[in-house]
Design a protein around this ligand. Sequence first.
Ligand code: DAH
Length: 359
Amino acid sequence: MQDQISSLRSIIEDEVGAANDLAALEAVRVATLGKKGSVSGLMKGLGGMSPDERKTMGPLLNALKGEVATLIAARKAVLEDAALDARLKTERLDITLPVLDHPSGSVHPISQVMDEIAEIFAGLGFDVAEGPDLESDFHNFTALNIPPEHPARQDHDTFYLAPDANGDRKVLRTHTSPVQIRTMMSKEPPIRIIAPGRTYRSDSDATHTPMFHQVEGLVIDKDTHLGHLKGTLEAFLKAFFEVDAVTLRLRPSYFPFTEPSMEVDVQCSFDGGMVKIGDGNDWLEILGSGMVNTKVLEACDLDPTVYQGFAFGCGIDRLAMLKYGMNDLRAFFDADLNWLRHYGFRALDLPTIAGGLSR
Ligand code: DAH
């Protein structure tokens, strides 16, 4: 009987070694450890043995069963590795192949406009700053001189999150202005940044989507004045709309975080339903701006007798619509392939001042 066990063991060893794929290995498993398998058959025989025989044969058969299971598992791991290697080989992609005959993606107009804006301001010495979409109430409102009972809070149609254990509610930032606060609290002046990004308000129609995009601008230094603000905005809007003559109108306005505040309009015409920037008899409101309120500087621990600066905020979606002639904001988010093909930009054409922003 013991001879029978050891010869069975060596036969099984050979069979396992000869199994060249997972299906063949499974067949060996069924033929040995399966219900009607050779090893299981021997185990069944234990029942008909005398107690003495069973005492010696039981452990031997159990050991055989364990050894066979280990052998099969080890072989299985080897075969699985080989199968994975073979699959990876067939799935290999040659990314150096030219893409000419393949469908290709394009850059979304919002991304294009963000790139154009960053390129223009990089030329004026601005860095790009970022902040989180999920903001604290402090950064989004309080530090910007919008305290809890301030009426401006109502204008923002804010999405609030459930309060945390301390009763603090986070908000989906309603504007990019909190990035001003984050920048002033973490960097020494002189500061020159723009902060493009996503913003959120509970509002939805042809010209409003609950998620939209803004770009914030902030300059803080020791001798910054309104002339710098006007010059910067003029340089930006000329470069952005790619027209030499852009006439701006600064209208007195109110924002809690700037004093004085102004809204900026550009001269335009609406002939034949088309907006043309640069000449004409109409005005188009483009952005909000002003000199940074001393209360905001103080909230960020900057001494207003030493530092001052200007800030502005502008809707990117609207800029894109104006520049590229789109009339419904919702199309930006429809993922309509025809629309994307029509309005998309070539992936490798990065906007540069020298090469032309939009070609
Ligand atoms: N945060 C304002 C808004 O969302 C826009 C704005 C206005 C930003 C004036 C500014 C500013 O930095 O100075 O409507």
